[in-house]
Design a protein around this ligand. Structure first.
Ligand SMILES: Nc1ncnc2c1ncn2[C@@H]1O[C@H](COP(=O)(O)OP(=O)(O)O)[C@@H](O)[C@H]1O
Ligand SMILES: [Mg+2]
Length: 441
């Protein structure tokens, strides 16, 4: 392509020094990078300079840099590349706790929570716990119920069950809430968590509103605080207070918490074990953000990608993110892009997600999973016992633990398999602890 000097404007024209130059306009660039109008991003303007400034801000570079890009050879392809990589950048959310660009597969749960807000009977209808493996979408569900509650005029307290959370609620959050509703500072700060909760909920009830408290990362390290929290919540529910509670935690922690006799308020909760989303929904979760960034994915590539995610939300976001970045300057995402993305997902998941999930498990459980990972398919429980040189009954007890935790499932009598299809491969590539690695047989 012959080199051209570029000026802003459109068509060919005369510059100040009298030489003819090829002009390129913002609309030309847009015609190149998009096939269809993108009204939310682009408002065509007669003022080309302000349009260009807008384009620069959309791309995230300074106007001067954009103009410099346009003046160089191959200006269009460079702008297209920057534009596309910008568009690809923020679509997927391969980060824990961050709500996805398109939330799929949770409509029923959201509807159930929404209905509970309108239900005046209080009690168990207003307590929910989401559990499931890391990356299954628990925190995102908390974000969602918070959004729904706010939309219904409820107040929301969003907490994480780290050490000191009851203290934070008692001395900072609830007093702040009470003060902002006209209660004096002294009333607010001298009362216990339970008393303040009652004050707030009575007040909100009179306003036909309520208070939602969400508690993420429920864990047994905070048993004492959870007991105190649970007792206050139980009282609020018994008083038919305008309070809702939604908690989230990994299965092992949640099971232990629910087994604690002092936590009866939490035992009333509706327990939802979040499962992977169905593959049709997973397809939407991948395709829509890709198309939203003005790109396409080949149908077969999309099928490959969907299969590789197994419907696991975190994997959908990570794979979507990776395949969008394989060739950000190409419009169409291909099967090759997906194949490379899938390989990278395996590696990354092995090192972050699964390791963190596995480190939460007792050593015995991890040793058992590593022993299972030497098989190519379902493992015979007798083979696991002999690999670990321990008795069958101990192995069965440990296996029951992992089945309860949703890590493995029984395929038939005397045989178990991983729930997450990639876990086996990840364990092979990244054994959690070399000391636990059995001798491969
Ligand atoms: N329903 C969903 N649809 C699409 N992506 C989701 C969905 N739920 C969660 N995600 C994505 O999965 C990842 C993990 O979600 P998160 O709520 O942090 O999991 P958890 O709290 O269970 O570990 C995040 O990147 C999030 O955007
Ligand atoms: Mg989480």
């Amino acid at each position: 392509m012959p080199s051209r000097a570029i000026e802003l404007g459109s068509g060919d024209g005369q510059t100040k020094d009298g030489r003819r130059r090829a002009f390129i306009g913002v609309d030309d660039i847009l015609a190149e990078v998009t096939d269809r109008p993108m009204p939310t991003l682009w408002i065509p303007s007669h003022n080309r300079r302000s349009s260009l400034a807008h384009l620069a801000s959309v791309i995230g570079i300074r106007l001067g840099s954009l103009v410099a890009l346009l003046r160089r050879n191959n200006h269009k392809s460079q702008v297209c590349r920057v534009y596309r990589s910008y568009m690809a950048r923020d679509q997927f959310t391969p980060t824990f706790g961050v709500s996805p660009p398109l939330l799929v597969g949770r409509d029923d749960l959201i509807a159930e929570f929404t209905a509970s807000l309108a239900d005046d009977r209080g009690s168990s209808t207003r307590a929910t716990i989401y559990t499931g493996s890391r990356g299954i979408g628990k925190t995102v569900m908390l974000n969602e119920v918070e959004r729904v509650a706010r939309a219904h005029g409820w107040l929301v307290i969003s907490e994480t069950a780290y050490a000191g959370f009851v203290d934070r609620l008692t001395n900072i959050t609830l007093p702040g809430l009470l003060t902002s509703h006209g209660y004096s500072n002294t009333t607010a700060s001298t009362q216990s968590f339970g008393d303040q909760l009652k004050l707030v909920s009575d007040h909100l009830r009179s306003l036909h509103s309520g208070l939602l408290i969400t508690l993420d990362e429920l864990n047994v390290a905070q048993f004492d605080e959870l007991r105190e929290f649970g007792a206050a919540l139980y009282q609020a529910f018994s008083d038919n207070g305008a309070v809702a509670f939604v908690g989230a935690g990994l299965p092992r922690s949640v099971n232990l918490i629910l087994a604690d006799p002092a936590l009866s308020s939490l035992q009333l909760a509706d327990l939802h074990v979040l499962s992977p989303i169905n593959l049709n929904d997973a397809k939407h979760a991948l395709r829509v953000p890709i198309e939203g960034s003005d790109r396409e994915i080949e149908p077969l590539a999309l099928d490959d990608a969907v299969q590789a995610t197994g419907g696991y939300p975190f994997r959908i976001q990570l794979l979507g993110h990776l395949i969008s970045h394989e060739h950000p300057d190409e419009r169409v995402i291909t099967r090759d892009d997906v194949a490379s993305g899938v390989l990278e997902v395996r590696e990354r998941i092995g090192s972050w997600q699964l390791e963190s999930e596995l480190t939460e498990l007792p050593e015995n459980d991890r040793a058992l999973l590593v022993a299972m990972a030497t098989d190519h398919g379902p493992s015979k429980t007798s083979a696991i016992a002999s690999r670990l040189t321990i008795g069958q009954s101990s192995v069965d007890k440990w296996l029951a633990h992992l089945i309860e935790g949703g890590v493995i499932h029984q395929t038939r009598h005397g045989e178990v398999d991983f729930v997450q299809p990639l876990l086996r491969e990840c364990l092979r590539v990244h054994p959690v602890s070399p000391s636990l690695e059995p001798n491969a047989s």
